[in-house]
Design a protein around this ligand. Structure first.
Ligand code: CAA
Length: 260
């Protein structure tokens, strides 16, 4: 596919979306958001894709946020439309029926941090720097930052990051609960690959159900959330993968899931 601002590579059931404007630290301009949306639809609709990885080109940035040069002439309505579009794409990523891994290879700021937070598992380089610096531009996060951050790390700590606009290093971001694991830069992609391969070997229906149970249940009352979990649990019992998983356990062999 002829993308200009991103790359989409697929191999062995793993699709890797690379934000590819390294000279601008992979800042998300309008073109990149549109291409990201297209790539998300492609990986969502391609049954051969079992796991998605999102990372940034170069060794400096995952994404340094929205492209600030485009903000100079944006009207309030343009800005509203822009955030609505980014929010829609980010929600789609969060709700993809397959696992999404963020490989945070450097700065993840503003819209980059917000993108990172939509991913299911976040691995980062120990050089990563994370933050919501919008306050320094006289604005606030507009792609879910005020909401996902407070849900992930708590209101108090989220407000500290959003109000000061200060970045935190990888270790502090891990302490806050924003990152799953931190690696030296040269080990990041090999570790992400290992994780992606591990996930790709699981049953696709169970992965989708597990993700849906967590995502759908997160913001609702516990009784309804676990009732939903129970239905998704039941649904897994209609799959060939459940038969295979249980048989493999009882026969003391590794399962061979087919995604059915
Ligand atoms: N938009 C556009 N260009 C950007 C950019 C951005 N968000 N971030 C970096 N760049 C560009 C720089 O302008 C520079 O371009 P030139 O070489 O043409 O001058 C190039 O990328 C390299 O950046 P620096 O020279 O600044 O690199 P540095 O190592 O000195 O600093 C940095 C790195 C601390 C990340 C700094 O670039 C920075 O503060 N960037 C802006 C981060 C930011 O404020 N992000 C939030 C954007 S708003 C947003 O995201 C809203 C939302 O929620 C949707």
């Amino acid at each position: 596919m002829g993308f200009q601002t991103i790359e989409l590579q697929t191999e062995g059931g793993i699709a890797t979306i690379i934000l590819n404007r390294p000279k601008a630290l992979n800042a998300l301009n309008l073109a990149m958001v549109a291409e990201l949306e297209q790539a998300v639809h492609t990986v969502r609709d391609d049954p051969s894709v079992r796991v998605v990885v999102i990372t940034g080109a170069g060794d400096k940035a995952f994404a340094a946020g929205a492209d600030i040069t485009e903000f100079k002439t944006m009207s309030p309505v343009d800005a509203w439309m822009f955030t609505q579009r980014v929010q829609r794409v980010y929600l789609e990523i969060e709700r993809l029926p397959k696992p999404v891994i963020a490989a945070v290879n450097g700065f993840a700021l503003g819209g980059g941090c917000e993108l990172m937070m939509t991913c299911d598992i976040v691995y980062a380089s120990d050089r990563a720097k994370i933050g919501q610096p919008e306050i320094n531009l006289g604005m606030i996060p507009g792609a879910g930052g005020t909401q996902r951050l407070s849900r992930l790390i708590g209101k108090q700590r989220a407000k500290e990051l959003v109000l000061t606009g200060e970045m935190v290093g990888a270790q502090e971001a891990w302490n806050l609960g924003l990152l799953n694991k931190v690696f030296p830069p040269d080990q990041l992609m090999p570790e992400v690959k290992k994780l992606a391969e591990k996930l790709a070997a699981k049953g696709a229906v169970a992965l989708k159900a597990a993700k849906e149970a967590v995502e759908e249940g997160y913001d609702i009352e516990l009784g309804s959330a676990i009732a939903n979990e129970g239905k998704l649990f039941g649904l897994c019992f209609g799959t060939e993968d459940k038969v295979e998983g249980v048989n493999a356990f009882l026969e003391k062999r590794p399962p061979q899931f087919k995604g059915k």
